[in-house]
Design a protein around this ligand. Structure first.
Ligand SMILES: Nc1nc2c(c(=O)[nH]1)N[C@H]1C(S)=C(S)[C@@H](COP(=O)(O)OP(=O)(O)OC[C@H]3O[C@@H](n4cnc5c(=O)[nH]c(N)nc54)[C@H](O)[C@@H]3O)O[C@H]1N2
Ligand SMILES: Nc1nc2c(c(=O)[nH]1)N[C@H]1C(S)=C(S)[C@@H](COP(=O)(O)OP(=O)(O)OC[C@H]3O[C@@H](n4cnc5c(=O)[nH]c(N)nc54)[C@H](O)[C@@H]3O)O[C@H]1N2
Ligand code: SF4
Ligand SMILES: [Mo]
Length: 712
């Protein structure tokens, strides 16, 4: 990887156009990157892109501004003052690596290899490399701000019960008859390698539409049935829909009989969950629940678009279980236009888990308690991150003393920002690799400049863990001394003399592509590749579960000590379970519905995206605002029992009158001081990671909490 760009791409002088893949979000849009004299001069959508057909969203369109931002970190920094004092010295990569190696060895000697955790954030290009690097380092502890909160509950639980996570079949043999958007808005969020443009294109065939959301989103306005529920009650709603489908006998009898395990037990279980039972819990009229269940069952095949909203609460496992049964009962699994298991085009990623001894694996923080988070069925093992923070703060069950972060603004995106702060300031070593000096990076001992997507080589397969489309990213420009995360991990591994440190990232890419008979360079030259879809794969080999069937009654959950059938539990902080508290905090708070211009805590530095979005916004229903004397554009203080923040009032009749929605990820890069305003408008000042948790995944609450609003 050390040949110069000019040599590799022949870019000296004339303009060249290189094919790559946008990852300004979870990604997948094919892009053409124009390079002149080794500098990017334009980035545009690639008309040949299988997922985007030439289009880019606002964040993709701002990618060149990201690459060339004057705010970018361009060389390593070592802290010279106290944490947060903002005193740094510029260091060479050699010095930075030497500094890291000395600190790492000192922690190993004093506290053991498990005392270092490798962290990352949402699904970046290097998401698989983080646990790999942890295993090379001899630690069972790696994880991210989303592992128990984002996609992985869906992955781990469907892996246990269906043998894998299915995705909507767009552009296949036929179009879906109905699409169910459940706590999910892919037109804005394009999550997990499932680009919103695909969902948009699927609407052209005029499927029936059902939307479950406390806010009347753009897609909710086109819906045949819109279920405007109380945040956090998704499980109750899904159970009531299952009840109706079973009571009406409108399920696919052949499929259920032949391909599911435990249907009779499910029938028994959901008999109690009638729409009338669900109405006062969910705030959705029973008749609407019936209408949605009828439409879903009648308009097969059904495609389920479910999102992160169901993973930001405490009923994650049960909700994933209940919602995933809707396409199962309607016989929509792995059929054209339905909800299909991926083609798994790549070879399994070499995670090097085998490097950990059994004794070391047992030290994975929180794994014994949250047995679906990182046990069998989890394609990416993970520590329970709240337990990691606890171990940083208290030394229980042992000390975590080093935290090496590759892409995560921990102070903004984990629940309980102040608790995270307390934990980070107790470390002996905090390393942060990022594009920018974030408030989290400001607390580090070493800050490393990371390369952004147009500056890296990578194989990407979309959707995540489905792998129907394989794409390449190509390094098009060298910015300052920035390095790709995989390269940083490899170089650090070499300095530490870790096992497998001789593998080049490109060797790994070639290995992943071997089943396709391609090398990385060949893929990069030819562009994206779509693997032909095969349907009803279970007819050949069954489902990859212990019974070979879809487990409505989960034998794996039973074995792990969890309820094998879905049930509903009211979370502890709601108007129903805590009426006393609700007198002080009368509104239901949800946070973080995605907006088109920012990515979690990112991009506030980019004028193209910040323009028109200078300040954080809280959505309030006009009646609720009037009750509190709040007018459009006022600063509003939002409080929970844990803290207060302020955001500007955005009044809209599209939100449920009892619900408040505040944006997440806010800090102000332009402000002085290490905090850069991290305590002012950051939604996670309002949350906690100290529990309670979902019993199987260890998820905490980022949404569906009680709050109070007042004019600032
Ligand atoms: N209250 C509340 N909190 C939430 C959420 C919510 O809805 N509400 N959403 C949660 C979810 S679902 C998630 S996944 C997390 C996301 O949490 P994070 O992943 O922490 O979020 P980001 O702000 O997207 O990214 C963090 C940092 O990564 C840097 N970065 C981006 N790409 C790269 C790269 O390739 N290499 C390196 N080294 N750095 C890079 C960015 O500059 C940024 O500073 O937040 C969670 N937090
Ligand atoms: N532009 C942009 N794109 C992003 C991101 C970003 O920050 N910006 N973040 C990325 C990340 S990390 C993720 S995980 C994905 C998430 O993307 P999505 O899965 O689409 O999730 P959100 O947009 O967070 O929420 C979807 C909807 O859930 C609703 N909602 C809120 N609470 C509840 C609830 O309790 N129940 C139900 N049923 N609905 C509820 C919200 O009103 C919102 O309309 O987006 C990714 N893509
Ligand atoms: S949807 Fe994501 S991958 Fe596509 S252009 Fe936007 S940021 Fe890039
Ligand atoms: Mo996420």
């Amino acid at each position: 990887m050390d040949t110069t760009l000019a040599e590799r791409k022949g870019t000296t002088g004339a303009e060249k156009v290189l094919k790559s893949t946008c990852r300004s979000c979870h990604g997948g849009c094919s892009a053409l990157v124009h390079v002149e004299d080794e500098r990017i001069v334009k980035i545009e959508g690639d008309p040949g892109g299988p997922l985007n057909h030439g289009r880019l969203c606002p964040m993709g369109a701002a990618a060149m501004e990201l690459v060339h931002s004057p705010e970018r970190l361009k060389h390593p920094l070592i802290r010279t003052g106290a944490r947060g004092e903002g005193k740094w010295r510029r260091a060479s990569w050699d010095e930075a690596y030497d500094f890291l190696c000395t600190k790492i060895r000192a922690i190993w000697d004093r506290y053991g290899k498990e005392a270092i955790t490798i962290g990352t954030g949402t699904g970046r290009h290097h998401i698989h490399w983080v646990p790999r690097f942890a295993h090379m380092m001899g630690t069972p502890n790696s994880g991210n701000s989303g592992r128990a909160q984002c996609l992985f509950p869906r992955i781990n639980i469907t892996t246990l019960t269906l043998g894998g996570l299915p995705w909507c079949d767009y552009g296949g043999e036929r179009a879906p008859g109905v699409i169910l958007f459940w706590g999910h808005n892919p037109f804005t969020s394009s999550p997990d390698g499932e680009v919103g443009f695909q969902a948009l294109d699927a609407l052209a065939a005029k499927p029936k539409i059902i939307v479950v959301d406390p806010r009347k989103t753009w897609i909710a306005k086109q819906a045949d049935v819109f279920l405007q529920l109380r945040p956090g009650t998704d499980d109750a709603l899904a159970l009531a829909m299952l009840n109706v489908i079973i009571a009406n006998r409108s399920y696919d009898r052949d499929f259920v009989e032949r391909w599911t395990h435990g249907f009779d037990l499910l029938v028994e279980r959901v008999r109690q969950y009638t729409p009338e039972w669900a109405e006062p819990i969910t705030w959705v009229p029973a008749e609407k629940i019936r209408a949605a269940a009828r439409l879903w069952a009648e308009s097969r095949p059904g495609a389920l678009e479910w999102g992160v909203a169901i993973e930001h609460g405490l009923n994650v496992t049960q909700t994933v279980r209940a919602v995933s049964m809707l396409p199962v009962l309607s016989g929509s699994v792995d059929v054209p236009g339905g909800w299909c298991l991926g083609m798994k085009a790549l070879a399994p990623f070499p995670s090097l888990l085998e490097l950990l001894s059994e004794e070391q694996k047992k030290k994975c923080l929180g794994a014994d308690r949250f047995r679906v988070l990182s046990g069998a069925g989890s394609p990416l093992p993970s520590a329970h991150m709240p337990s990691v923070f606890e171990s940083m703060r208290t030394g229980k069950p042992y000390w975590t003393k080093g935290f090496l972060i590759f892409a995560n603004n921990a102070l903004a995106t984990y629940a309980g920002s102040r608790e995270v702060y307390e934990a980070l300031t107790k470390l002996d070593l905090l390393m942060v690799a990022d594009f920018f000096m974030t408030p989290t990076a400001e607390l580090a001992d070493v800050v490393l400049p990371a390369a952004a997507w147009p500056e890296i080589d990578e194989v990407v397969a979309m959707p995540y863990f489905g792998e129907n489309v394989v794409l390449a990213q190509q390094k098009c420009e060298q910015v300052g001394e920035c390095k790709q995360d995989e390269v940083i991990m490899t170089e650090l591994a070499r300095r530490l003399g870790l096992p497998h440190c001789d593998d080049e990232p490109e060797d790994v890419y070639d290995g992943l592509l071997a089943p396709l008979g391609l090398t990385f360079r060949e893929l990069a030259a030819r562009g994206p590749m779509r693997v032909p879809m095969k349907y009803r794969k279970h007819e050949e080999k069954g489902f990859a579960t212990p019974t070979g069937k879809i487990e409505l009654y989960s034998t794996r959950l039973e074995e792990l000590g969890y309820d094998p059938l879905p049930h509903y539990e009211e979370p502890p902080e709601t108007p129903v379970s805590a009426p006393e508290l609700a007198r002080q905090f009368p509104c239901v708070l949800t946070t973080g519905a995605r907006i088109p211009v920012f990515y979690n805590s990112e991009y506030r530095q980019l004028p193209q995206l910040r323009r028109g979005n200078r300040e954080p916004r809280v959505e309030i229903h006009p009646q609720t605002a009037a009750r509190h004397g709040i007018e459009r554009g006022d600063w509003v203080v939002i409080s929970t029992p844990r803290g207060s923040i302020r955001q500007r009032a955005h009044l809209t009749p599209d939100i449920h009158p009892e619900v408040i929605e505040c944006q997440h990820g806010w800090w102000f890069p332009e402000r002085d001081g290490w905090e850069h305003g991290i305590w002012e408008s950051n939604a996670n000042v309002l949350t906690t990671h100290k529990g309670p948790y979902d019993p199987a995944m260890g998820s905490y609450q980022l949404r569906a909490l009680l709050c109070r609003i007042e004019k600032a």
